[in-house]
Design a protein around this ligand. Structure first.
Ligand code: M6R
Length: 602
């Protein structure tokens, strides 16, 4: 979704801002713009347009100046147009804004500025409000203005009257800041400025950063200094290209053996699960009476696997909630509940709000997050970081498999602490977990076979994915992957459920993906496959080697692991299926239409 970048320093701002915006493209956007303080005219000049950053780059050839702010916009209030793109200027105040101002209509009416506005955005009204509050003191104007706002926001602000200075303020939506000898930088996302320094900080909520070329000062609304926690960047952002792959998604799929291994290996000691590197309170696994997993999309699918594992191995009841629905369903949550939030970005607003709700009802909280220092990580009592590294493709792959790897470890730990498995049993379980990266590698080495199978789906409009037991949540994820990047309608079904209605949609040639990795369910799954086949379905089987039968015509053999550990290699195979369909259809695999990598609106 929307992205912010800001720079003030000794170099020309244009290149730095455009580069930052290009890095932020992965979040999803529909227009872009920059404003730079022009030294000759003593004011901020803006160039903005709908479309891609390359379009902006062409329009912004002549921009001069060493202080500026930039933005990529994902439309919420007002359609996709040049006028609605950011930055917005009102009087001498220029702003870029992430988030949503809920009371913008009221403010517009109070300020009586309707006839002066150039856009339909809530953000321009925020600019007008700051301008009306400005009497020469920028910090006071910002504090007075944001006190009147309801909603979420991250603002970068420039005043024509205050040259070469950027101000930033936020509520919920993140802002990160860093500096080096060449100047100071702010962004909504460390990816945009990580190359300039290995140290950065997240601007605390409701404080104002004043950014000049030599310093970043942070004060509260009363003008008192605010301390910040410096974070170390542990991702190699400079080296974050596609490494020869046509799309980030393929690169990220290929990285999985390595990142799963990294996620597991630091958390196993003497063949037992060990979270000492995370410094978490392990009693949370022992003392809770129930677990609620809260997440969205792919991260929620990882939670479904967590439920399956924890309930079957540890007999602890686990509920999985879509974060966007959580607090509206009167969930049972109290001090005996362990809430586990799962999020790649750590910024998904639905998950963040659900986490705050659970905390306010006394729950103990743990988050499984990929981005260090992200809002969800900071809000949680305990954090386990996946080691997926930067995930750029909108379709989540390596973040998901590392989240699932963490759930395997949590299951092992919980089982050990609760006496569901003894030391030997836990160590056997951990040994199986450690075999997963090799099995994934085996799938990747045979990816050409999946590419070949994927050809039959290129012209499909609808497809169904069927499986039983743990294969069903794996297919929910596979189905989402196919939908989001290939635009083929796909539904995952627990195979036994199909005959209760949906089988009516199976006709001659309907593509059906059948996943079979669970021995104890294989005869039932075989019958379900025959049911769709006899109605004309074109079945593509993804089957564990030992369960393969001769009549499976279109088939990919999955490597042999114990049933509970088949999930990750199966999903990796199905990620590749979705990837090849999308790439061969000539689609923009990494940036599917309408989607954003970081979802910061409810
Ligand atoms: O950053 P998060 O893991 O919280 O994001 C949650 C979902 O938005 C995300 O998984 C989404 O479903 C992906 N597009 C799936 O590929």
């Amino acid at each position: 979704m929307c992205g912010i970048i800001g720079y003030t320093g000794y170099s020309e701002a244009r290149g730095i801002l455009l580069k930052g915006l290009k890095t932020l493209e992965y979040r999803g956007y529909d227009s872009a713009g920059i404003s730079v303080y022009h030294p000759d005219f003593n004011e901020c000049l803006t160039v903005k347009c709908k479309g891609r950053v390359e379009d902006l780059e062409k329009k912004a050839c002549d921009v001069k100046g060493k202080t500026g702010i930039g933005h990529t916009r994902w439309a919420t209030h007002g359609g996709v147009s040049d006028e609605n793109s950011h930055p917005h200027k009102f009087g001498g105040v220029t702003v870029v804004h992430n988030g949503i101002i809920e009371n913008y209509e009221t403010i517009k009416n109070t300020l009586k500025v309707a006839d002066k506005l150039k856009s339909q955005t809530d953000s321009e009204i925020a600019a007008a409000l700051i301008e009306r509050c400005f009497d020469g003191n920028p910090e006071k104007a910002i504090a007075d203005a944001v006190k009147k706002l309801t909603g979420t926001y991250a603002f970068a602000i420039m005043f024509d009257d205050v040259p070469d200075t950027i101000y930033a303020v936020r509520n919920v939506s993140p802002i990160v800041c860093c500096k080096n000898d060449d100047g100071a930088y702010i962004a909504s996302d460390i990816m945009a400025i990580g190359e300039y320094s290995n140290e950065y900080f997240v601007l605390p909520e409701f404080s104002i950063a004043k950014i000049t070329k030599d310093s970043i000062e942070v004060k509260d609304f009363n003008g008192n200094d605010v301390g910040v926690d410096m974070l170390e960047l542990n991702w190699d952002i400079k080296n974050n290209g596609k490494c020869g792959y046509p799309f980030y998604m393929e690169k990220e799929i290929m990285e999985q053996p390595d990142v799963i291994e990294k996620t597991i290996s630091g958390r196993v000691k003497n063949n037992l699960p060990d979270f000492s590197c995370d410094n978490i309170d392990e009693n949370i696994f022992k003392d809770c009476k129930s677990i609620s997993v809260i997440a969205c999309g792919t991260a929620m699918h990882a939670g479904l696997i967590g439920k399956y594992l924890i309930e079957s191995v540890c007999s602890v009841p686990v509920s999985v909630y879509m974060a966007s629905e959580y607090m509206y369903t009167n969930p049972i949550v109290n001090e005996d509940t362990l809430v586990i939030c799962v999020s790649q970005s750590g910024e998904t607003i639905d998950t963040l709000e659900a986490l705050k709700y659970a905390k306010s009802h006394g729950a103990k909280t743990l988050s499984i997050v990929n981005v260090r220092g992200s809002s969800i990580a900071r809000e949680s009592d305990n954090v386990i970081y996946t080691q997926a590294g930067p995930e750029i493709a909108v379709a989540s792959t390596k973040a998901y498999t590392t989240q699932v790897a963490v759930f395997y470890l949590i299951t092992a730990k919980t089982a050990l602490l609760r006496g569901c498995l003894n030391n030997e049993g836990t160590s056997d379980f951990v040994e199986q977990i450690m075999k997963i990266p090799k099995a994934v590698e085996d799938v990747l080495n045979r990816r050409k076979d999946i590419h070949y199978l994927s050809k039959s789906m290129l012209t499909a409009e609808h497809t169904f994915m069927i499986g039983r037991g743990m294969d069903y949540p794996a297919l929910l994820e596979a189905s989402l992957k196919l939908k989001e990047i290939s635009y083929i309608h796909s539904e995952a079904f627990a195979s036994g459920e199909l005959k209760h209605g949906t089988i009516a949609l199976i006709t001659n040639g309907t593509p059906v993906v059948a996943l079979m990795t669970q021995h104890y369910l294989s005869s039932k799954q075989t019958s379900n496959i025959r049911e769709v086949q006899s109605r004309g379905a074109y079945v593509i089987n993804f089957v564990k080697k030992s369960l393969k039968s001769d009549d499976m015509q279109h088939c990919f053999e999955l490597p042999e692991l114990e049933d509970e550990f088949m999930l990750i290699p199966s999903v990796v195979a199905l990620q590749l299926l979705a990837y090849y369909v999308s790439a061969d259809k000539g689609l923009d695999v990494d940036k599917p239409r309408n989607l954003a990598k970081v979802v910061t609106v409810e």
